[in-house]
Design a protein around this ligand. Sequence first.
Ligand code: ZN
Length: 251
Amino acid sequence: MLIDTHCHTNLYLNLDEILEEAKAVGLGKILCVGMSAMSQERVIQISNDYDMIYPALGVHPEEIKMNPKIDQQLNDILNYIRESKDKICAIGEIGLDYHFIKEQSLYPLQKNIFSEMLSLAQELNLPVNLHTKGAEKEIFETLPSYKIPNVNIHWYSGPENILNEGIDRGYYFSITPAIRYSPPVKKVVSKVESDHLLLESDGPVKYSGQIGTPAMTRQVLNEISKIKKIPEEELEDQIEINTKKIFTKMF
Ligand SMILES: [Zn+2]
């Protein structure tokens, strides 16, 4: 079974079609990650509506730029996540972003939200789904201060020495459809052992102009199989085992 461990499933307008297409390629489960203040309830709602969708809640680091009210809304969001603790499988998508967000004046708020989210993951004993773009060093310095059961680094594209540190610490790395063309993503696949790889679409993010979908995890698996020289079926079973280890509540 294929599992998409990072998808903004709440953003598709044609969700039924997207899920049918995913089932047709052997995908059985999707972790739908929260992003905006508004998305939190929607993520829970679609996970109630669809058996194959599992919820993760959290505030995306780019939300500080999109939503000027996020600071005032934070307490309500934290409380909503606490109330939803029995349903959710992870805290995510959370993190820091110094690549798409260049305004340094926003960084203190971004860091504050991130540390609140990490404290919550520790409090609720949930794994985290992390966005690290341009902020890999700082995030890796911060993580050891928290007792978090497992870490999933989503779409890693940072420096190799930090990647090595993540491998040593036993973090899991989820691979997007960008594997087709992105040298940093190929690098992650070649360096991380197959027992710490996961699949993701990050849909509906676009890849070479094409909207990302959970069904694309089939192509991602195929590309990983070529790089790792491991037969696709064997790799699919291994990645399912990995997903069970990190996101236990999805099973
Ligand atoms: Zn994402």
